[in-house]
Write a protein that binds this ligand. Structure first.
Ligand code: AMP
Length: 173
């Protein structure tokens, strides 16, 4: 297995003082590293019958579409406000740095479809909790949540409200 953890770069004081930003761009640029990271993210869900990967804007799109291909699943974008053209549902949430809103097309998925929710970094967990709420409002089966990086010091796992929905991180810092 190609070693890829060192390709995630920590940038201090971005986007504001006090934040240690996990920058995945060096990993994305490395062909073998990217393949190994996507493989590590896909491994827990192989054979789980995932119909679609739902990825959160914007780095969740990059990771999520690669993961969808790896799992032979479709891809559904969960976007920031005002970007999706058709009718949407929305959820508001708190970020590690600020507040935001997520939207999904009301017809993006069929009830009962098996969905994996994906983002690049799990920090406080607010983003993924809002994404999970959106998916549950569409009556899909949320099989699990996958992130590339979990920032353990922020204790998102303690806040994750769904004991029955597995949360998998490919690497923890
Ligand atoms: P949270 O809702 O706090 O779990 O934040 C997760 C979202 O914000 C993800 O979409 C990340 O891309 C981004 N994010 C939050 N904190 C960081 C961080 N320290 N480094 C990189 N991305 C972060």
């Amino acid at each position: 297995m190609h070693d890829w953890h060192h390709l995630i770069r920590e940038v201090t004081d971005f986007p504001r003082p006090g934040i240690r930003f996990s920058d995945i761009t060096p990993l994305l640029a490395d062909a073998r590293g990217l393949a190994a990271a996507i493989d590590a993210m896909a491994a827990p869900w192989r054979g789980s019958g995932i119909d679609a990967v739902a990825g959160i804007e914007s780095r969740g799109f990059i990771i999520g579409s690669a993961l969808a291909l790896s799992l032979s699943a479709g891809f559904v974008p969960i976007r920031k406000p005002g970007k999706l053209p058709a009718r949407t549902l929305h959820e508001d949430y708190a970020l590690e740095y600020g507040r935001d809103r997520l939207e999904i097309h009301v017809d993006a998925l069929q009830a009962g479809q098996r969905v994996l929710l994906v983002d690049d970094v799990l920090a406080t967990g607010g983003t993924l909790i809002a994404g999970a709420r959106l998916l549950q409002r569409l009556d899909v089966e949320l099989v699990g949540v996958g992130v590339l990086v979990e920032l353990e010091a922020l204790d998102a796992r303690e806040r994750w409200p769904h004991a029955d929905i597995a949360l998998h991180a490919a690497v923890r810092f």
